[in-house]
Design a protein around this ligand. Sequence first.
Ligand code: ADP
Length: 455
Amino acid sequence: MQRLVVHLGGINFMCYALYRVISIRERKLFLKVKRQRSINELKRARDRAEEASRAKSAFLANMSHEIRTPMNGIIGSLALLECTDSEARRRTLTAVARQAADGLLQTLNEILDYAKLDAKGGSLHLAPLDIRRVCQVAVQTFQANAIAKGIALKFDPFHLPSDVAIVQGDEEKLRRIIMNLVSNAIKFTAVGGVTVRLRGARTTQGVRLIVRIADTGIGIAADKIPLLFDPFFQVESGMSRSYGGTGLGLAISRQLAHVMGGTVRVRSTLGRGSVFTVRLLLPESVENWVPAPLDVPLPHRALAAARGKTVLLVEDNAVNAFISAASLETMGVASVHASNGKEAVDLFQERRFDAVLMDCEMPVMDGFAATRLIRDHEALTEAPRTPIIALTANALSGDREHCLRQGMDDYLSKPIELRQLSLLVAKWLGNQRAAANAESSEPKAQDAVAAARAA
Ligand code: ADP
């Protein structure tokens, strides 16, 4: 009996020892797997950080190139302009500088667009739009580029059924998508051409629109296609890049299509060409649609009425002040310069101006604070309201409403286009009613610049 107890005790002990050995091994194994997992996670985080840092460096190098190249065109042209007497050569140099500056602005707009979409996700501005017209105008913008490259650019709306026309959509976003894709198609095509084809059908939910942009260009390797819509991705990168660009166009286009509930897809064969397809479902418009005028003509009579008037020009940057003053001079409008908000308020209290062009960001006192003080002064002296037009480089937030809330009457974003400035001068200085309009300070007052832009 005693032996049996000893045996059982022994077996018991053995089982316990075995159990302990197994559980210790299991625990070790568990800890090993856990450690390995943490190591893998750390490795992935390190790879991600390295990739982000690589993308950032590539982006900065890319941007430096994208900014320096047009700057070279601008600075070079200006230097040559100084030492040429030939009128024809002057015109060519001015055109080169202008083209380079437009390119620079487009790059900046692309970066801002991306930042805006990334931060806010983008909101829809729905209005009735004519599909054919929007697409045709977007394509036509590139006709000159195609001719310069010696390639064909065709627009084929004939597969869109004739009963599909006006839909409810965001015109600006649709235009941007088409323009980004057509601009790429032309950029990456040296021989042959680009065809933009519209297809679509009416369904119970709305119009199914398919825009197909096909090119006979360099094409894209199959392993690059999954990365194509990533921000900053370019098939060619580094010093040997033969095409310009920010690497944001496709990322922006896809984001815009997503905001509209649609898609952008690509099929491509290296060396043979690519086909980008945009698919959107757009509700049919029930509103009456009136086509926007193609261009707002300059109101010459109002501009003539503005001659001889005086503007208080508030701008801290001497170069910008010079350009604005010279632009006003071409319209026969005089200007008095103040280099910050405080100087502007002091000048305003001394004498009357017909309007104020007010920069927003300035040292000493910004444009908003100066506007508030000017409005207080007007209220105190019971003087009629002077139109104040904001000049701002803050294209990111596009805060026209903010300027209006601060007591300003209109808004002009930098760089200032002579035509837009002319429209504002005509609107606010060109007739007596302008001042009366300003008194009501209606934000929804007809905005000549916006109308011109929309056109
Ligand atoms: P970007 O054109 O400014 O470089 P995108 O985002 O528009 O930026 O395009 C990203 C990349 O996709 C381009 O750099 C190019 O390598 C490739 N790509 C885009 N469209 C085409 C096309 N039609 N043909 C060949 N490659 C293209």
